[in-house]
Design a protein around this ligand. Sequence first.
Ligand code: AMP
Ligand code: MN
Ligand code: MN
Length: 350
Amino acid sequence: MVEVPAAEAAEPTAADWAAAVAAVRGGQAGGTVLLVCHVNPDGDALGSMLGVALGLRRLGITQLQATFPGATAGATGGGYAGPPEVPEPFRWLPGLDLVVPADSAYPAPDLFLCFDAASASRLGALADRLDTAGAAVVLDHHASNTRFGGIHLVDPGAAATSVVAEGLLSRLEVPLDAEIAQCLYVALATDTGSFRFDMTTPAVHEMAARLIATGISPGEISRRIFDTRPFGAVRLYGDVLQRAQLEPDAAGGVGLVWTYATLDDLARHGQKAYVLEALIDSVRCAAEADVSCVIKQVGPAEWAVSMRSKGAVDVSRVAVALGGGGHRLAAGFTGRGTVDDVIGAIRAEL
Ligand code: AMP
Ligand code: MN
Ligand code: MN
């Protein structure tokens, strides 16, 4: 696998699109096709992957699998049979029946497509398919994308990977239907913060219009993915927001607000890690700080760090310096050690 500097990232050329379409057309001729999205998948990762997966199924591709790093066999009972690692708000997405455990994914697929991953490391052990696959197509929108595949549909100007996914489906002449649209809408709504962020361009609303025109229900989708959590999560937020700290002089004077959540916090309230995904949105409200940060424990000395900026600071620069990635206003990385170690490293980079 080849990694070249992110500075070379530019929107896909006509040749890139043609190469991707040709690769999929090759897969239509009876080959195996594997779709993978980034570890700890969010709405954009899952929605883009499943939207394209459904589109490929419509094209008649039958040897078709989707997965993500860490996906295990489905939880039975309660109606949902997909991987337990799919966060509950996304467990109704169409196309989840195509998701297989990561360790039963085609070892050498004829065609490999990956979604919303800025670097090969975000694919975990599944990154080995970059070497074993017949063709590898990278669909992404991170400016920090390291162009680690064979064919790159990477558009740093796209609000979500689903914008790129829709571009591929339209070039494959797959019409949007309500199931594909639900997937792509979840992805678009997730990465634009429900159409609130600056990347919510006219083109984003035009795409949303095309998706909604298939008959999907934006209100119902938003309620499911943004506004539905167990009561225990409400109490958990109380604990974690209570310990938030404001450092007005940090980040060169523009201010930092931050908090952390431990595995013990989750256990005390009987909650799963996914409920903390929206925590950053409560923390970043603090008017006194440009930079906000949530440090979420995932192991004894391992933390998933979310960072946001209101514009004065490029948090992707901080995240990249600490081994992660992301965008100017939203980025993250994996922290090691204690909470103090992690916040200390962030303060130093800021
Ligand atoms: P999050 O805070 O998890 O919503 O992530 C915000 C942005 O940072 C997303 O665009 C992610 O792609 C990126 N990001 C988060 N965690 C990591 C990581 N460990 N490595 C690389 N990029 C990350
Ligand atoms: Mn993502
Ligand atoms: Mn994304």
